[in-house]
Write a protein of this length. Structure first.
Length: 293
């Protein structure tokens, strides 16, 4: 048995969470076309007969303009110091820009193997892949380069073979049936948060928080009461929608993911709660045994 840790880093929206989910064959990280959806370092655990690879999905690295942005960058950079390999994921449909250079510059003092992953190769002509590789090679001496399509599973088997060469530990960190380090409760709230981002427009900020207020386990089902916490009444109206249609759709889609994750029937009730002052939000979360991020 060989094992090790792999950090997946890159700009927002390059496909980090999609890559993790498709390597594992199960959804453990939420995805959205909105940047900065991932707010935490989430571990996904790959197991086969001879290897255990612990992947760390991170928030998209960017030049921060807000406190939230600084927090997300801190989360992403924290992961690279305690792993065995770094995957630098780029979107080949986008031009190499200042955001990619910002990430590359942040890696120059880190003494870890860095593998360049060119994602979304299914969306460009094959003749354009080599020039993309040459562009990035002028900026950094990558240990290896692997073109993939995370969405279509193209070349993921080869990526795993490459990663296995860098697994040096002989410790089994997790049991075979464990695919993530985060709690079921965290995953439930993440599924709800993902649907909010995917179904609403940009006016809903990333500062919304979802918490489980009540949970009732039954033999073949689970009953969940999830509160969506916002800081403005107009956001509450957006999430509820006209005649409650938006929150109903959020619930329908979130329930499907939760049922797939838990493997049982789910009864999901969603409520939107407005807490206008941050300290009130902290007090509320403390009351139900949770802390703010």
């Amino acid at each position: 048995m060989r094992s090790g840790f792999v950090s997946i880093i890159g700009r927002p929206n390059v496909g980090k969470s999609t890559l993790l989910n498709n390597i594992l064959g199960k959804k453990v990280a939420i995805t959205s076309d909105k940047p900065q959806t991932t707010r935490n370092n989430i571990q996904g655990i790959y197991n086969d007969d001879d290897y255990q690879i612990i992947f760390v999905d991170t928030p998209g690295i960017h030049k921060p303009k807000t406190k939230m942005g600084k927090y997300l960058n801190k989360q992403a950079f924290f992961s690279v110091h305690d792993v065995d390999v770094i995957l630098f994921l780029v979107d080949v449909t986008k031009s190499l820009g200042t955001g990619d250079k910002f990430v590359i510059n942040s890696l120059k003092d880190i003494e870890k193997p860095v593998i360049l992953i060119l994602n979304k190769i299914d969306k460009i002509a094959k003749s354009k892949i080599l020039p993309k590789i040459e562009q990035y090679m002028t900026l950094y001496d990558f240990d290896e380069i692997v073109p993939i399509s995370a969405l279509n599973h193209d070349n993921l088997d080869h990526l795993l073979k490459v990663l296995k060469k860098h697994m040096k530990d002989s410790v089994k960190y997790y049991e075979d049936d464990q695919i993530t380090n985060v709690s079921k409760e965290f995953m439930i709230t993440e599924f709800v948060r993902e649907k909010i981002f995917n179904l609403t427009n940009d006016e809903v900020p990333h500062s919304i928080t979802c918490v489980i207020e009540n949970k009732e386990e039954k033999k073949d089902a689970i009953v969940l009461h999830v509160n969506i916490i916002v800081d403005r009444d107009n956001l509450k109206k957006i999430i509820i929608g006209r005649n409650g249609n938006m929150i109903k759709q959020i619930g329908v889609e979130a329930r499907k993911d939760i049922e797939n994750f838990l493997g049982k029937k789910v009864y999901l009730d969603l409520f939107v709660k407005t807490i206008k002052k941050w300290r009130d939000k902290e007090n509320y979360l403390a009351e139900i045994g949770l802390k703010t991020e």
